[in-house]
Design a protein around this ligand. Structure first.
Ligand code: DAU
Length: 362
């Protein structure tokens, strides 16, 4: 079957270097960092699929592309046909559009940043874009730190007047969410712009070019939460929001008679809770062993972790990490395969960000 130019394709950006979540992203793609034990990218693909998108091109980098391909495969888990597009260097979001041109052809498309998580579906925005016959449709959301984002100036009727990428003196607090709808007009725009001060071809500048050349650009406010999950605190907030909204009680593992598991707790198969208390919302992966411990609300524990004699709350613990004899660990992000242990006589509460495969003796 040939794809008609009217078919909306998906373009997911999962390249880049992900500097801001180091050390976690030294060893992994930031789009694969899990929120409630599922990679952020999986929520993105789910949202595209639910909006009726069938074909998705994923931009990958030489450093982390293999990992992304391994996790997503051909996309059939989401009912998608996924193709991969290699971007040799992270030269910007508009550069990613440039190299995706052969894949996208003349189709309209939705560009979705692989590290963006929103608290809603996108089907309604798709419908609005298709009805509007616009060349670009953007989503806006108020933020506290506008200097970190692309920022939109809108008039009283909500029309977009001007867009600026990471302005030093922001004229508004309305940030561009990393989900954009484009007609094929954007391909001309990305060839007309020049690299920004950070050396990237900015999609924000390409949309500004559309505005400057009398093309229709529409905007919508995102009412639900949005997290640009590049940093540790964002990731913990995203984890809290997803656990709060989406986790249901599901006990597949074993809970011994001396343990108490209360509230919305998702316990994976092969996992064991021994002489411990778990208070939801909490998600615990498969083959996890928890003994003599308290696991408090808003905690995600990845597959294969071991937690003994510890208190862990409001934290994300990635797979195969070991935590032993810790009085209290909170607001923490613990990398894959790390080993966290407290020496004799220390009694403290800790807030940690620990990279993959680390050994930390406190
Ligand atoms: O999250 C929303 C913000 O995303 C917008 O408000 C900004 O206007 C927009 O420029 C973008 O800013 P960031 O600085 O947060 O973008 P970042 O470099 O983190 O890249 C976003 C995603 O795109 C990330 O998953 C990595 C991927 N990427 C990035 C670049 C620069 C690529 O695939 N290729 C690239 O060349």
């Amino acid at each position: 079957m040939t794809t008609q130019p009217s078919t909306l394709k998906g373009l997911v950006l999962s390249g880049g270097r992900g500097r801001r979540l180091r050390p976690i992203t030294y060893t992994g793609a930031k789009q694969l960092v899990p929120v409630a034990n599922r990679p952020i990218l999986f929520y993105v693909l789910e949202n595209l699929s639910e909006a009726g998108i069938k074909d998705v091109g994923i931009i990958i980098s030489p450093e982390t592309g293999k990992e992304i391909k391994h996790a997503v495969g051909d996309g059939r888990d989401w009912g998608l046909k996924v193709d991969y597009i290699l971007q040799e260097e992270p030269l910007g979001l508009a550069h990613a559009v440039k190299i995706a041109r052969p894949y996208l052809g003349m189709n309209p498309f939705i560009m979705y940043l692989g590290d963006n998580l929103i608290g809603s579906g996108i089907a309604k925005f798709r419908r609005d874009f298709e009805q509007s016959k616009a060349d670009a449709s953007i989503l806006l959301k108020e933020v506290d730190a506008p200097t970190n984002f692309g920022i939109a100036e809108v008039d009283k009727q909500g029309r977009v007047i001007r867009l600026v990428e990471k302005p030093k003196a922001p004229v508004s607090n309305l940030a561009l969410v990393g989900i954009y709808f484009f007609s094929a007009k954007i391909h001309e725009a990305v060839t007309k712009i020049r690299p920004s001060l950070r050396g990237e071809l900015e999609i924000t500048d390409a949309i500004q070019w559309l505005l400057d050349h009398d093309n229709k650009v529409v905007s919508h406010r995102l009412e639900e939460w949005w997290l640009d999950t590049g940093k540790k605190d964002d990731l913990l907030t995203a984890n809290t929001a997803v656990l709060d909204g989406w986790i249901r009680r599901k006990i597949k593992g074993k809970v011994d008679a001396t343990s108490q598991v209360t509230g919305r707790v998702d316990l994976g198969k092969g996992s064991q809770i021994v002489s411990s208390k778990v208070r939801g919302p909490v998600v615990i992966g498969e083959n996890v062993h928890i003994e003599g411990s308290f696991i408090g609300p808003f905690t995600s524990i990845g597959n294969g972790c071991r937690i003994r004699s510890a208190v862990v709350e409001h934290s994300v613990v990635l797979e195969n990490a070991v935590i032993e004899h810790i009085d209290r660990l909170e607001d923490s992000l613990i990398g894959k395969g790390s080993f966290i242990v407290q020496g004799n006589g220390n009694h403290h509460a800790y807030r940690l960000t620990v990279g993959d495969d680390s050994v930390v003796e406190l």
